[in-house]
Design a protein around this ligand. Structure first.
Ligand code: MG
Ligand code: MG
Length: 261
C-alpha cells in the first residue's frame, strides 16, 4: 500500500531532506584526491547530527556507515573505510539519509575526483539527466511507469532533451535495484523500476518517492560483494553512476524534498 503523506509529514521530510542536501554540499567540497571514504563518513555524520537528525543508514540492516561510498565500478552500498583513498580520475557515488522526528530524506550524487575521463563525464551527465527527467514525471495523474520510462529513455539515448553528441548512446540500466517510497521508513511501497514494467499505478498528491537511476557505462548486470555482503559492483567492472532525490507529488507538480531549503 502506498501512503500519502500529510502536510505536516511533508514539512518534516523537507527538513530531513534539507539536511541531506547540506551533507551533499559538504561532500562536494570534501571529495578530493587523498581523502578516505571513512573521513567522508565522519564529515557527513557531523552535519547530520549538528542539524538534529540521525543518520538513517547507520545500523539499517546492520549497515556500519552513515553514508554509502561507492567508487568507480561500485554501484551502491559501498562501506566507508579508512583504507579506501580517493584518487584523481575516480568517480564516487555518495548516498546519504537523514531522519528528522521519524521522517526520512534520501539522496545520492556521483562526484568526480579531480578531473575524470570524458566517458565518465558523459555517464554522470546522462545519469543526472535521467534523474531530472524522472522527477519531471512525478505529478498527479501520471503513472509510475511514466517515471520509469523517462529514466529508461534517457539511459537508452532516446529522450528528447539528450545533448546532441550523446543522442543514441546506450548505457546499462541497473535492474536489481531501484527507487522506492520513503517516509517513516526508508523503504516503503512502491518499488520504482528504472525501466518500463507496465506499472499503471496512478501518482497521487502526497506520494513521496526516492527516484534513483543507477546507470552503467557497460552492461546492466551487477553483483554483491562476497567479501562484505554489501557492496554492489558492475559485473564488467565498468563505472556506474547514481543520482537520487526524494520527491513528492503536489497539485502544482513535483517538489524535491532533498534540495537546500
Ligand atoms: Mg539513497
Ligand atoms: Mg533510496
Amino acid at each position: 500500500m502506498i501512503n500519502r503523506k500529510s502536510r505536516e509529514e511533508i514539512k518534516l521530510m523537507r527538513h530531513a531532506g534539507g539536511v541531506v542536501a547540506l551533507v551533499h554540499q559538504a561532500m562536494k567540497k570534501a571529495v578530493v584526491p587523498g581523502i578516505s571514504t571513512l573521513e567522508l563518513d565522519e564529515i557527513a555524520a557531523k552535519v547530520i547530527k549538528e542539524n538534529k537528525c540521525t543518520p538513517t543508514f547507520l545500523g539499517y540492516n546492520g549497515f556500519p556507515g552513515c553514508i554509502c561510498t561507492s567508487i568507480n565500478d561500485e554501484v551502491v552500498h559501498g562501506i566507508p573505510s579508512k583504507d579506501r583513498i580517493l584518487k584523481e580520475g575516480d568517480i564516487i557515488s555518495i548516498d546519504a539519509g537523514a531522519t528528522y522526528r521519524g521522517l526520512v530524506g534520501d539522496s545520492a550524487w556521483t562526484y568526480a575526483v579531480g578531473s575524470i575521463s570524458k566517458e565518465c563525464e558523459d555517464l554522470l551527465k546522462i545519469t543526472e539527466l535521467a534523474l531530472f527527467n524522472g522527477i519531471a514525471q512525478m505529478k498527479p495523474g501520471n503513472v509510475l511507469d511514466d517515471i520509469s520510462g523517462a529514466v529508461e529513455d534517457t539511459a537508452l539515448g532516446i529522450a528528447s532533451n539528450i545533448p546532441d553528441e550523446l543522442k543514441g548512446k546506450k548505457y546499462g540500466i541497473v535492474r536489481q535495484y531501484g527507487g522506492h517510497g520513503v517516509g517513516r521508513n526508508m523503504h516503503e511501497d512502491p518499488f520504482l523500476f528504472n525501466y518500463r514494467v507496465k506499472n499503471n499505478t496512478k501518482i497521487k498528491p502526497g506520494y513521496v518517492i526516492a527516484i534513483e537511476p543507477m546507470i552503467n557505462l557497460g552492461v546492466d548486470d551487477v553483483v554483491v560483494s562476497n567479501a562484505d555482503n554489501w557492496c554492489v559492483s558492475t559485473v564488467d567492472n565498468k563505472p556506474s553512476a547514481h543520482f537520487e532525490h526524494t520527491v513528492t507529488a503536489t497539485d502544482d507538480g513535483p517538489l524535491i524534498l532533498t534540495a537546500l531549503e
